[in-house]
Design a protein around this ligand. Structure first.
Ligand code: GRF
Length: 207
């Protein structure tokens, strides 16, 4: 049974997608051991509580400095006993010590086709604003393992989404969530839970 801890920052629609996927059997062999938010009072905490998943808030504001927060985050992840860390809309730089301790065991969902529109400063609506500004005909989402870089880890899966005339960043974000993020993340977790993929020479291959 794969033990999964999910890190969130806001609405938690990706968290909800994986909660629903476990409940419906789309994800098998998986149990949630915790949800960790860096913000108080966000909907993702409510979603976790409704699903009976232990929810924790670790706000950087509650710590003397970033190093203390980073230590607390690593300690909390380890305390949950998680095998896999899922970053679902988690807007925090992952501490190097956590990346080292959970090498190829941290998964992130990014709302673009990496390497487009990713890296420092590319998160949430900003990603879609830049895609519209560039005039791409397709964008999409990427689920990848997290390494010490920003959005640079081995890619697990991607899904293209058409950009339509008249799209605003909000409309495009919603389409990318519905047609890509909420499909890719559950599929990736199910693949990992059922030992279908591995990382070879920094590339993800199916076994
Ligand atoms: C989504 O666009 C996701 O791709 C990004 O954060 C945004 C909010 O996600 N990582 P959620 O609704 O909190 O899951």
């Amino acid at each position: 049974m794969l033990k999964v801890v999910v890190c969130v920052s806001g609405g938690g629609t990706n968290l909800q997608a994986i909660i629903d996927a476990v409940a419906s059997g789309k994800i098998t062999n998986t149990e949630f051991v915790g949800v960790i938010s860096n913000n108080y009072g966000v909907k993702s905490i409510e979603r976790a509580q409704k699903a009976g998943i232990p929810a924790y808030v670790l706000s950087p504001k509650d710590f003397a400095d970033r190093a203390e927060f980073n230590d607390a985050l690593l300690a909390k992840v380890k305390e949950t006993g998680a095998d896999l860390v899922v970053l679902a809309g988690f807007l925090v730089r992952i501490p190097e010590a956590l990346v080292k301790e959970y090498s190829n065991r941290i998964v992130n969902i990014h709302p673009s086709l990496i390497p487009s529109f990713c890296g420092v400063g590319y998160y949430g609506l900003k990603v879609h604003e830049k895609a519209l500004e560039r005039g791409v005909k397709y964008t999409g989402a990427t689920v990848h393992f997290v390494n010490e870089g920003m959005d640079e880890g081995p890619i697990i899966a991607q899904k293209p989404v058409a950009v339509e005339d008249g799209d605003t960043a909000e409309i495009l974000q919603r389409r990318v969530m519905e047609q890509a993020e909420w499909i890719l993340l559950p599929q990736a977790i199910d693949d990992i839970a059922n030992d279908r993929i591995e990382v070879v020479n920094n590339k993800v291959v199916r076994k």
